[in-house]
Design a protein. Structure first.
Length: 158
């Protein structure tokens, strides 16, 4: 968990979402939902059975043929989930983790924070330094899409 706070590259996005903590976590647990709001994600496969918790694993396939093998290092339903890569199909990352925190604001709204932390290696170290502002913008855009997705599901719109 220390890596999330000390990573050389950290991208934070935050949204206020009109949904309950349970509805937000339902979207986190829905493998298909990730492919809707996070466009680089093509497929999510949970490789651990429910109920999910600490130590749960999944495989995420992304554009460019990248596969991330993830293990959950925090799981507090309705409040927090975090995962790190325990393996990656491309040799471009030394470490990668994401942390999602949900704060119930009452009145059917939650503040959700998403922190992506990474330590690239090799040529990726140089290229990420160049595109850091674009990556920060794109992560915020994806998280706006997450808000829209969750709110549409919470309102029964598909």
């Amino acid at each position: 968990m220390d890596f999330i706070e000390t990573a050389p590259y950290r991208f934070l996005a935050e949204e206020t979402i009109t949904a309950s903590p349970e509805q937000i976590f339902a979207a986190f647990e829905d493998a298909h939902a990730w492919t809707v709001w996070a466009k680089p994600i093509q497929e999510v496969e949970w490789t651990s059975p429910k109920p999910f918790g600490l130590g749960t694993t999944r495989t995420v396939s992304m554009t460019g043929g990248l596969k991330g093998y993830e293990e959950f290092i925090a799981w507090e339903p309705g409040k927090r989930m975090a995962f790190c890569f325990v393996g990656c199909s491309h040799d471009t990352l030394e470490a990668f983790a994401e942390d999602y925190r949900v704060t119930d604001l009452g009145d059917g709204r939650c503040r959700v924070q998403w922190l992506m932390a990474m330590a690239p290696k090799g040529a990726a170290k140089f290229s990420l330094g160049l595109i850091k502002p674009l990556m920060a913008w794109y992560n915020r855009k994806m998280f706006r899409d997450f808000r829209k997705y969750v709110e549409s599901q919470a309102n029964g719109v598909t």
